[in-house]
Design a protein around this ligand. Structure first.
Ligand SMILES: N[C@@H](CCC(=O)N[C@@H](CS)C(=O)NCC(=O)O)C(=O)O
Length: 213
């Protein structure tokens, strides 16, 4: 395959899982960063009207999680059997469920944002972190990873799906020790370690976002 090209905004959002996969695989990912200020003008000329997109061998694809899953499969970071893949897919979709509510905390009216924030803190985070924590505990390989004995897309999705929660309330997240241990394990992997150190400076937080989606 040619070097894949990811087009997305300068946020983690729906592009970050693909970035994490490529960092973990230590493969090159070309990136085009779209400025939010230019998006309205640009959007009608784009293939799908939303981002992220991935260009591979001259063809453009979309849907962030499909892109990340494709890249994981290409790089040996997906499950090794169908049930492991199902476990990973559930986790990726759970990450999306969390992100949807996180996004609702930064768009719309103040009242809508406030009610999304309440839902996130009182329902979504407690419920989903418990599930992630249990999944890691129930891995028969007892490896600290969520599937089998090596890192997969499932671990990267837990890492990313818990990132905003970790950033906003690490004390709350420390009540989920398996998640905390997995986060440390993931962050220490070759490729990711370097990427995460770089990310601090490369992913700017936009001023209209008060959380770091
Ligand atoms: N289901 C799509 C949703 C894509 C999506 O809504 N992207 C947002 C950014 S995260 C976007 O492009 N928003 C700009 C717009 O809708 O104008 C995915 O998961 O990639």
């Amino acid at each position: 395959m040619s070097v894949p090209k990811l087009t997305y905004f300068a946020i983690r959002g729906r592009g970050e899982l693909a970035r994490l996969v490529m960092a973990a695989a230590r493969k090159q990912l070309d990136e085009v960063t779209v400025d939010f200020a230019c998006w309205e003008e640009m959007q009608p000329g784009t293939t799908f009207g939303v981002l992220p997109t991935l260009e591979v061998n001259g063809k453009e694809y979309f849907q962030g999680n499909a892109i990340a899953t494709y890249l994981a499969r290409e790089n040996g970071l997906y499950g090794s059997n169908n049930l492991d893949c199902l476990m990973i897919d559930q986790i990726v979709q759970l990450k999306e469920d969390i992100l949807t509510v996180e996004i609702n905390t930064v768009v719309g009216s103040d009242q809508d944002k406030m009610s999304a924030l309440k839902k996130l803190v009182s329902d979504v985070y407690p419920r989903t972190m418990k599930i992630f924590n249990r999944f890691i505990h129930e891995n028969p390989a007892n490896s600290g990873f969520v599937v089998g004995d090596k890192m997969t897309l499932g671990d990267l999705a837990i890492f990313e799906g818990t990132q905003s929660c970790f950033n906003s309330d690490s004390v709350f997240l420390s009540g989920f020790p398996n998640i905390m241990a997995l986060r440390e394990k993931v962050a220490a992997q070759d490729g990711l370690k370097e990427y995460l150190a770089r990310r601090k400076t490369l992913v700017p937080i936009h001023s209209f976002l008060y959380t770091d989606i």
